[in-house]
Ligand binder design. Sequence first.
Ligand code: GLU
Length: 310
Amino acid sequence: MTTALKAPPLEPILDDIVRSHRPQRETGSVPANIPFLAAVPFNRFGIAVATASGEVFSSGDADVPFSIQSISKVFTLAMALRADSSGALWSRVLREPSGTPFNSLVQLEVEHGIPRNPFINAGALVVTDHLMEETPDAATRLLRFLTAQADSTGPFIDEAAAASELSSSSRNLALAHFLKGFGNLRQAAESVVENYVRQCSIMMTCSELAKAGLFLARDGQGALGTVLTPSEAKRIGSIMLTCGMYDAAGEFAYRVGLPGKSGVGGGILVIVPGVCAICVWSPRLDAKGNSLAGTAALADLSDRTGWSVF
Ligand code: GLU
């Protein structure tokens, strides 16, 4: 594990990234099924880097809370793997890119209820179901985990946002019922979707998310000790690289060269193994659901610092 930061001084670079990439005019889209995300000002932009040696550098709106949405899937997977010494989870979800939109139903039907990976909605519902076997309120357990890893009492579940998303969750309910129909969901479909939507509605800042994700860059070592084995941390990084950016994982790997996971709230968490975790946030999305400005900023940061797994 490398603990020294292999980069030039970060503050001026991050300030410059914010100057260059903060959106000046409204482009991109917002998710249709989560109305409150449309109200977030388009010109929000924050970036934070938490280094393996314990420093945090940030710029722009790095301390403004935003909805983590699908970034939560990285952390629920980590929690599920931690409690899954027998590997049972991997008989219920695969580790292949899906090549389909994150909330697609088609593949799940054709592939008999086994989701392609834990980062599409179907796979994330299986992971949440798995966690609920130990703790019915898996979303609150995730919140505690994030609070501890981020060493901050800031993260919270935006229950109003969750309730609003839940009222328009037909696709996620359909996915959950499909999974149930194929025998790949143990809890009631409605409770799994409710937990899933609440986990997605956790609000965190870039600085908090970068700190919370640091264990993935540090061979599984989190703020309070071991979260995962080095091998598990490596594997989550691999799934982030191949499946973390919806069906634009190839394009993101080409442009940024680092494992990442995005959410439709406009956040992207990226890992530089042995060096740091990075979180960038800007709310407007490209056609695949990834932050437009966030992706461009990470490509720029990777070029300037040389950070890449390649
Ligand atoms: N809660 C969102 C949904 O299930 C998460 C989507 C995402 O960030 O990918 O539609």
